[in-house]
Design a protein around this ligand. Structure first.
Ligand SMILES: Cc1cc2nc3c(=O)[nH]c(=O)nc-3n(C[C@H](O)[C@H](O)[C@H](O)COP(=O)(O)OP(=O)(O)OC[C@H]3O[C@@H](n4cnc5c(N)ncnc54)[C@H](O)[C@@H]3O)c2cc1C
Length: 480
């Protein structure tokens, strides 16, 4: 059952449709019940659908993590930007929480809203324009769809996440990390303009100013993103990928620092790779974009580096961007895509990265990743601009991610969640921060520590832009 302008206005549907909300009982009311309930709140007319059947509420209560489930009171499939405004105004007026849900690839309920309204942005999926000045897109468009559309015009988003089946709005709200950020910052640093709905339900088109600078990476706390103009660059056709293997952590870190500092590669990441002794070796993974006839100079790019083995491969640019698709297919085939994912995502301080990683490697085994992988790579902090993506105060920052696909044994999952907390606390003690897409139970004290000196300005912007604290409760930044 759902509420839309069409079925609200037609008599036949109206006989069964829900038309109001009872805030006392937190329940939806039909015509007859609404008339007998003095406090009933009329639901605004919508271009899309407000759903409250069990299957829709289950959608709103789940995410990729499969670790926490908080049921909303309703799931909105917006038919327009105005629907988002109506829902937020309604929520604001009646003190109901509201959260945007992109692809829900968060791991710990970040896009959920207990007893609130979850707005499923998959129906906001239009690409409005693409040219050299950027791509205007709805928040629910996936990066894979956008990238294919821009490539058809000879253009590409400047920074992309490793996995492209994420929503534009979701990634811009958390920051967005990937191999091009050493040069260009977070995905969220590469937007020309935004359309957002603040906590009072007002729509703002932003190209500069405080809200424009505050929203990217602010976890949906100040406003919901409904459209974005994503920065584009001319697209290459090919990627040359360099896989450099290290058995020595110090050498791996030294070489990563060298190539991050001189920015010699277009793309820079790294991984821990399981070795035969039950521990880890290390992979520096870099890439250069090129077109036929202007191949990269391998000798110059690899000069001064000391891996124990190097492999070089060429592939079409989009195949490289879309490389996680094959892993997804495999993980689905062995039944580990829809199971619990206790992921850990941290930003480490360069000054302590080596000692932290030695401490971690004493505790972490390949078995802790299941069929997943661990990423470890640096980026220049000064390339990043998003005010509220908290990173350590070091010139280079290291992304350290445990993308775990374990067998779904509850005891194993709990042990991995406990390990996430232990890894976070040691990282935080050394100046590290959390990348807030992971499976980590954070309360307000943790957020105050996360934002450090920026907490006061974060809280004051929350009061200004979402004074009734209705937006995005699943991050638990301001209680609930
Ligand atoms: C296989 C896989 C690979 C991944 N790879 C990467 C990677 O390479 N780099 C990276 O950075 N992350 C990666 N992630 C994590 C991912 O970025 C986050 O889960 C991110 O939030 C994804 O977008 P989403 O559409 O799934 O967002 P959701 O999980 O739906 O939402 C994330 C948060 O943003 C809020 N939100 C969503 N849409 C909006 C909006 N329009 N306006 C305001 N707030 C909104 C939600 O309420 C929630 O708090 C990966 C996740 C998976 C499962």
């Amino acid at each position: 059952m759902g509420v839309s302008r069409r079925n609200l206005l037609t008599g036949a549907a109206a006989a069964t449709a829900v038309v109001a909300f009872d805030p006392t009982r937190q329940s939806w009311l039909g015509h007859a019940a609404a008339q007998g309930c003095p406090g009933a709140i009329r639901i605004p007319r919508l271009d899309g659908e407000l759903l409250f059947d069990a299957a829709s509420l289950d959608v709103g209560a789940t995410d990729f993590g499969h670790l926490v489930e908080r049921r909303p009171a309703a799931l909105l499939k917006p038919g327009s930007v105005r629907d988002v405004q109506r829902a937020v105004r309604f929520a604001n007026r009646h003190g109901i929480s509201v959260a945007m849900r992109g692809q829900a690839h968060s791991c710990f309920g970040q896009a959920q809203a207990l007893c609130g309204i979850v707005i499923d942005t998959r129906t906001l999926d239009a690409i409005h324009s693409i040219d050299a000045s950027g791509a205007w897109v709805d928040a629910g468009v996936k990066w894979s769809t956008l990238t294919l559309a821009t490539l058809a015009e000879g253009l590409t988003p400047r920074v992309l996440t490793d996995y492209l089946e994420l929503s534009v709005g979701g990634v811009l709200s958390v920051g967005g990390i990937g191999g091009a950020m050493n040069r260009y910052g977070f995905v969220a640093d590469n937007v020309e303009a935004l359309e957002v709905v603040t906590g009072d339900g007002c729509l703002h088109t932003l190209r500069h100013g405080d809200l424009f600078r505050s929203v990217p990476g602010s976890l949906g706390q100040f406003a919901l993103i409904v459209r974005a103009k994503v920065s584009l660059d001319p697209a290459p056709t090919q990627a040359r990928v360099y896989d450099l293997v290290y058995t020595d952590l110090s050498q791996f870190i030294a070489d990563q620092r060298t190539v991050a500092n001189d920015e010699r590669f277009d793309f820079l990441e790294g991984q821990l790779i399981a070795n035969d002794s039950g521990g880890f070796d290390f992979l520096l993974q870099a890439a250069m974009w090129f077109d036929a006839g202007s191949e990269p100079d391998d000798a110059a790019l690899l000069a001064g580096l000391s891996p124990v083995a190097t492999t070089t491969t060429d592939q079409p640019y989009f195949d490289w961007l879309n490389r996680v698709a094959a892993a997804e297919g495999f993980l689905r085939s062995i039944g580990l895509w829809e199971t619990p994912h206790p992921w850990s995502d941290l930003f480490l301080d360069d000054r302590s990265v080596e000692s932290y990683m030695r401490w971690t490697l004493d505790r972490l085994s390949p078995a802790d990743l299941g069929f997943g992988l661990a990423l470890l790579y640096p980026f220049k902090r000064r390339a990043t601009r998003a005010r509220y993506v908290a990173t350590p105060n070091s010139r280079l920052v290291w992304a350290f991610d445990l993308l775990r696909f374990p067998f779904p044994d509850p005891a194993v999952i709990q042990a991995l969640l406990d390990q996430n907390r232990e890894l976070y606390e040691e990282a935080a003690r050394l100046g590290g921060k959390r990348y807030p897409v992971s499976a980590l139970d954070f309360d307000q004290a943790d957020w105050i520590e996360q934002y450090g000196p920026r907490w006061r300005s974060f809280a004051s912007r929350k009061r200004r832009y979402d004074p009734r604290n209705v937006l995005t409760p699943g991050q638990h930044v301001f209680g609930s």
